[in-house]
Design a protein around this ligand. Structure first.
Ligand SMILES: *[C@@H]1O[C@H](CO)[C@@H](O)[C@H](O)[C@H]1NC(C)=O
Ligand SMILES: *[C@@H]1O[C@H](CO)[C@@H](O)[C@H](O)[C@H]1NC(C)=O
Ligand SMILES: *[C@@H]1O[C@H](CO)[C@@H](O)[C@H](O)[C@H]1NC(C)=O
Ligand SMILES: *[C@@H]1O[C@H](CO)[C@@H](O)[C@H](O)[C@H]1NC(C)=O
Ligand SMILES: *[C@@H]1O[C@H](CO)[C@@H](O)[C@H](O)[C@H]1NC(C)=O
Ligand SMILES: *[C@@H]1O[C@H](CO)[C@@H](O)[C@H](O)[C@H]1NC(C)=O
Ligand SMILES: *[C@@H]1O[C@H](CO)[C@@H](O)[C@H](O)[C@H]1NC(C)=O
Length: 915
């Protein structure tokens, strides 16, 4: 649980330092290039105007009240704000809540009227939402916010000298990880608030083992203000600094309160059977025995080392693997399968984690380097086969736990790359006996593919966020699964007394986690409520049986009001919905449909905002369309993050060249030292690459076997090696053939020769001339350009770059631009011609490159995965001297991966020769 309470037009993203209306914030965001002073000035003016108003909003109170009853957390965030101005204005409420929580209620009280959000089926809410969006409103209230949270924002128009009360409620079942529960509250009030508090009451009949409180903003003077009272079965935590105590310094406006307030705790575990609570017709069973020996494990690390992993990700993976291998227990067995399009392995079977073997593996890990494509299918298969063969040959202990940990940062793009078939292959090979855990590294993985594949195989998927702490994230995940205690667990309850049971079979129990089963009682006679737990442990089977007794909450907490109410029922509903949502992702179509229908029905009945439901908030002004609060899935979060990264990528584009891309027909050209540029106006984007080779080489640029059109170009080098040692090559001569029309052109930096109607005609660059033949039309602009039109429709422009005649190194050269290619056939090829057809590519994973203003990224094109660099090349059509910058994705190594084949495949033996 968590929250950020802010009122007034607080800009939370962009510039965190000022209060801005969101439009001005957007302007600031793009104000990164030279042409942007105008926007900045406007933003500043608008800021001044705005802050006069902001002073007129007073956040009166901000409160977070959390009640935990047996791990079930119910949190209410309340904020009251006053519009002190003499005119009406928008007041907004921005809070963050954990992504694992479901919103259950939201209300606004305005002038004595209460407006309450309603949970509806998402599809129905979406219709209202789409109507709202089409009328120009942005109606979505929930966005992803960081790794753990999502942000709920709503704003409402409040009359002069009026106040508004916002109340948001959410619930979640706290999940035990690494031996503790966590209550996370995010508070970002921006300014000191008259009444501020965070209060948590934790009721745990099992007994509280410890409670820790920490927050990044708790300075030495704030720390003593955290009150913590822990008795055997109850903990009370409160933090309510006064307005003065919140201030950064006496008399300043800023607040110290800004960040995550975290409460960690655990409960006592006296009973091996666990703890069973029966309240109001529902029961819940928590099972996490404290002193079981660990079961040895056999783990195969299947590690993606494809090209996209190169750099930081690979380094972090190596570091994490080193820590993990060092932590293996001696009785564990392990294997390493690094893969790209080739599947490697440290050894051909699993090896015991002895000191010597681990030391050997550590050296091996040092030498895993990134390169190539991603063959997930064969890599996982290799891991499975190793495990199977070792089992068959009894090379691993009989009582031990098999698992595969797959780490990947991309999509399968070689070998079997059909996702459904990979899932099918893996599932049938694993045969329900081995657990598969999938770690999706970064934003370019297909998370749902991994999620489904691990759910089908007794495991789970996790996202690893690309950041400086990725090593720790990987280690943290490993620690969670490092110590299996039991496998094949069954928790059984009297059939006659219980129905609507949540999942009661579990493939495994890991040390530090907890198993929770809930159900409905059909019979209030609890005299003989026997509970059995079976599982396979180390050496022996695990078997406990016990009688569960109802705990009388009123007797346990006599001084409390009856606050607990229906918590067991809501806990049961929460758990059931979560499990149904998981089921709705795997299995046969009708099973999925049934699980979805059931989850939806329960979410509506218990008023939970889940991926199947939405909360519809109707604002007081009936002219406004309703607002919708959704629950984001992990895929939606990933998409949002990806979009945010793309938005950043656009900022790298210099402002002055934005207009450049407004033309609508694509232009393909080669100019300079030869840089090839493929413009894609419908994507507002361009691709570029260089082709370097020995001076004198002739390349084919365009070949159309159907129309018989051919364009070849020859490169030339500098006169001598320039001081920087880089020999530039340029195109200096082009040959153009129109076979069916019997026409040829030979264009060089010296002159232009045309063969038409049986004779050669020579033109000079120093002329301004036009020749209009039956099929070929030429237009020479003196010392500047030649436009060639073949049979009215295929149009090229050749630019002449004249260098100062006494230039010590450079020579004159030519640029070649395709202006109109639409009459060429679809079989057109060549270094430029292959791009006359639409090309499909995707660029993701923007990251710092060698040069700060030229970030690297990953490009998926033609089934390949390339590292590309954001850069600029020049188009000289309008300004033959200086050119205009074209931002583009640069493909390295002579365009390898983007062009079909290799650059050398386009070399021809003569100016009019075909490949
Ligand atoms: C509202 O307040 C502004 C200054 O805050 C003042 O200039 C204006 O006259 C006031 N209007 C009314 C109707 O009181
Ligand atoms: C939601 O909040 C409103 C206003 O606080 C309250 O009247 C209503 O009972 C709540 N609904 C639920 C389902 O808790
Ligand atoms: C909100 O406004 C109402 C009516 O003006 C007033 O009674 C109440 O005290 C105000 N609440 C706060 C917290 O200022
Ligand atoms: C389980 O974790 C606890 C700490 O949370 C630790 O003390 C204990 O030794 C662990 N048990 C095993 C078998 O790893
Ligand atoms: C799905 O629900 C229908 C109707 O309730 C039922 O007949 C069918 O057996 C269910 N299918 C599965 C796979 O549970
Ligand atoms: C390309 O950018 C321009 C201005 O930046 C914008 O108007 C246009 O909609 C964009 N086109 C596409 C396809 O994104
Ligand atoms: C491009 O190809 C040429 C000739 O094959 C080679 O000499 C050159 O090194 C290549 N350049 C790059 C960047 O791969």
């Amino acid at each position: 649980m968590s929250g950020l309470l802010g009122v007034g037009r607080l800009l939370l993203w962009g510039c965190a330092c000022v209060w801005l209306p969101s439009q001005a914030g957007a302007a600031l965001l793009v104000a990164t290039g030279p042409g942007a002073q105008q926007e900045t000035r406007e933003a500043a003016r608008s800021l001044q105007k705005r802050s006069a108003n902001e002073a007129q909003v007073e956040v009166h109170s901000m409160a977070v009240d959390c009640t935990v009853t047996s791990r079930f957390a119910h949190t209410v965030m309340t904020s009251v704000a006053l519009n002190k101005a003499n005119s009406s204005q928008e007041i907004s409420f921005d809070v963050e809540l954990p992504k694992t929580a479901f919103i259950t209620n939201f209300s606004m009280e305005i002038e004595g009227e209460v407006y309450v959000g309603q949970v509806k089926e998402k599809e129905k809410a979406k219709k209202q939402y789409e109507k709202a969006v089409s009328s120009g409103q942005t109606a979505g209230l929930v966005k992803a916010s960081g790794r753990k949270m999502e942000k709920f924002s709503v704003s409402v128009n409040i009359a002069a000298e009026s106040n508004v009360t916002f109340v948001l409620t959410y619930e979640e079942l706290l999940q035990r990880k690494l031996g503790r529960y966590e209550i996370l509250t995010r508070v970002k009030p921006k300014l000191p608030v008259q009444e501020f508090h965070i209060v948590a009451n934790i009721y745990e009949p099992q007994g509280i083992a410890f409670v820790d409180v920490h927050a990044n903003f708790l300075s030495n003077d704030l720390l003593p203000l955290v009150e913590k009272t822990v008795t055997a079965q109850k903990a009370h935590i409160s933090f309510s600094p006064t307005m003065e105590q919140q201030r950064k310094c006496p008399g300043c406006d800023g607040t110290q309160i800004d960040g995550d307030f975290v409460i960690n705790y655990d409960v006592e575990r006296a009973q091996t059977l666990g703890d069973i609570q029966i309240v109001n017709g529902y029961f819940v069973h928590f099972f996490a025995p404290s002193d079981l020996p660990r079961v040895p494990k056999n783990v195969v690390f299947v590690i993606d080392r494809s090209g996209s992993m190169s750099g930081n990700k690979m380094q972090q993976t190596r570091e994490a693997l080193q820590a993990i291998l060092t932590d293996l227990h001696e009785e564990d067995h392990f294997a390493l399968v690094p893969f790209d399009d080739k599947i490697l392995s440290w050894k051909e079977s699993l090896y015991k984690a002895t000191k010597e073997n681990v030391a050997d593996a550590l050296v091996y890990v040092q030498n895993i380097h990134a390169n190539g494509l991603t063959n997930i299918n064969d890599a996982v298969m290799k891991g499975i086969n190793m495990l199977h063969s070792d089992r068959e040959h009894k090379r691993i202990p009989e009582r031990s736990f098999d698992m595969i940990i797959l780490l990947t940062d991309g999509m399968p793009n070689t070998g079997e790359s059909n996702i459904a078939r990979i899932q099918e292959n893996v599932k049938s090979a694993l045969g329900g006996k081995t657990s598969l855990f999938c770690l999706g590294f970064g934003n370019d993985v297909d998370y749902s593919f991994l999620d489904v594949m691990s759910s089908q195989n007794r495991g789970l998927a996790r996202r690893i966020f690309e950041a400086s702490d990725a090593t720790l994230q990987l280690q943290g995940f490993y620690e969670e699964v490092a110590s299996p205690l039991l496998s094949e667990l069954d928790l059984r309850y009297p059939d006659s007394a219980v129905d609507a049971l949540t999942t009661n079979h579990f493939s495994q129990l890991f040390n530090g986690s907890e198993i929770v089963v809930a159900g409905r009682l059909t019979d209030n006679n609890l005299d003989n409520f026997m509970v059995d737990v079976f599982g396979q442990g180390f050496e022996n089977d695990f078997k406990v049986q016990g009688e569960a007794k109802a705990v009388d909450w009123n007797a346990l907490y006599p001084e409390e009001d009856y606050i607990f109410g229906d918590f067991t029922e809501r806990l049961w509903a929460y758990l059931t919905i979560q499990q149904l949502l998981d089921k709705s992702k795997i299995g046969a179509a009708d099973e999925k449909a049934n699980a979805t229908a059931e989850a939806l029905e329960m979410a509506l009945r218990y008023s939970f905002v889940t991926p199947l439901t939405s909360m519809v908030v109707t604002k007081p002004d009936s002219r406004d369309d309703p607002l919708i609060a959704d629950k984001l899935t992990e895929e939606q979060r990933q998409r949002e993050e990806k979009m945010a990264i793309r938005a950043q990528a656009y900022q790298y584009r210099p402002i002055q060249s934005q207009s450049y891309l407004h033309q609508s027909t694509p232009v393909y050209f080669v100019d300079g030292d030869p840089h090839f540029i493929i413009e894609l106006p419908d994507r507002n984007d361009s691709l570029c690459f260089n082709i370097n080779d020995k001076p004198g080489t002739i390349f084919n640029l365009v070949t159309d076997p159907t129309t018989g059109i051919l364009v070849n170009g020859q490169i030339i080098g500098d006169k001598k090696i320039p001081p920087d040692g880089k020999i530039n090559t340029y195109f200096w001569r082009f040959g153009i053939v129109h076979q069916t029309l019997g026409a040829r052109l030979d264009i060089s930096t010296k002159d232009i020769s045309v063969f038409q109607d049986g004779e050669w005609v020579r033109l000079l660059w120093s002329d301004t001339a036009s020749i209009k033949g039956a099929n070929v039309e030429l237009l020479v602009t003196k010392d500047r350009s030649l436009t060639v039109t073949l049979k009215d429709s295929v149009k090229f422009v050749i630019l002449l770059h004249k260098v100062w005649a006494n230039h010590p190194y450079h020579r004159d050269y030519l640029g070649f631009y395709t202006l109109d290619s639409h009459l060429l056939s679809s079989s057109t090829h060549g270094l430029l011609g292959q791009f006359y057809r639409p090309i499909d590519y995707e660029v993701t994973d923007l990251r710092p490159g060698a040069v700060p203003e030229k970030p690297d990224a990953t490009m998926y094109v033609k089934g390949r995965e390339l590292t590309v660099t954001r850069g600029w090349q020049r188009d000289f059509r309008r300004d033959v001297k200086n050119g205009e910058d074209v931002p583009c994705w640069f493909i390295h190594n002579n365009g390898t991966g983007l062009i079909d084949g290799e650059a050398t495949d386009y070399v021809v033996s003569g100016l009019f020769k075909r490949v």
